[in-house]
Design a protein around this ligand. Structure first.
Ligand code: PEP
Length: 246
């Protein structure tokens, strides 16, 4: 089963209108990349402008979160349908910062993934253990449970991102053996749950992916790309990571 690699950039709460220059550098550099899908997920305020700027190029734009609801009295929230309307084709759901700072449970993450499917967006569903959970030997159990409870009933338009919380923004990464073992476990569970369709689901690794470690991490079996935070803010670094697939 060949899966087309995906490198997605999560800009988090960074970026102003002037950041369109960085996006344009990504679009330009992407022309010489190999077979790899590219998604830039800027803050919501930039989605419409970025989507207009990438139209007709190989770069796509995604959101960083969405409501479970399509519309209504939910002040401050943005629906998957609105993201789609603004030109997004994907959305990150269940990022550990949403789970941690906004109390998002697996059930909420699952409802958001279903909302993304409903709107025709690719849902990048994030899971990953904390340092304390890993130190207690609970990483496999925690990740399995999050996966089982956070995914919708069908694997249509679903990407899983394994992001150990302790590796996000810290410069730390698990060993290649640990990444392989966790991605292998996620693949097994996806296959058990969705049969053949489970083989087609892409599993991204996220957590301090940089140009210097991308080649080793992205070469591992069942690592179908990366979800990149800090390094995605710089066109040169983001392109160097995606350039692993040249
Ligand atoms: C992230 O927040 O999804 C992430 C992977 O961040 P970083 O690459 O900065 O660790």
């Amino acid at each position: 089963m060949t899966r087309r690699p995906l490198v997605a950039g999560n800009w988090k709460m960074n970026g102003l209108q002037a950041s369109i220059g960085e996006l344009k550098r990504i679009v330009e550099g992407a022309q010489s990349l190999g077979d790899v899908d590219l998604i830039v997920c800027p803050p919501a305020t930039l989605i419409a402008g970025f989507a207009a700027a990438v139209r007709g190029t190989r770069v796509c734009v995604g959101g960083q979160d969405c409501s479970t609801q399509p519309a209504g009295a939910y002040t401050g929230d943005i629906s998957a349908e609105m993201l789609r309307d603004a030109g997004a084709t994907a959305v990150i759901v269940g990022h550990s910062e949403r789970r941690h700072y906004h109390g998002e449970t697996d059930a909420i993450v699952r409802a958001k993934a279903i909302a993304a499917q409903r709107a025709g967006l690719l849902a990048i569903v994030c899971i990953g253990e904390t340092r304390a959970e890993r130190d207690r030997g609970q990483a496999r159990r925690v990740v399995s449970g999050q996966l089982d409870r956070s995914l919708p009933d069908t694997s249509k338009d679903i990407v899983v991102a394994y992001e150990p919380v302790w590796a996000i923004g810290t410069g730390l990464t698990p060993t290649p053996d640990d990444v392989s073992a966790m991605h292998g476990l996620i693949r097994e569970r996806l296959s058990a749950r969705f049969a053949e369709a489970g083989h087609a689901v892409r599993i991204l690794y996220g957590g301090s992916v940089k140009p210097a470690n991308a080649k080793a991490l992205l070469a591992l079996e069942n690592v179908d790309g990366a979800l990149v935070g800090g390094a995605s803010l710089y066109a040169g670094e983001f392109l160097a990571i995606a350039g692993v697939y040249r």
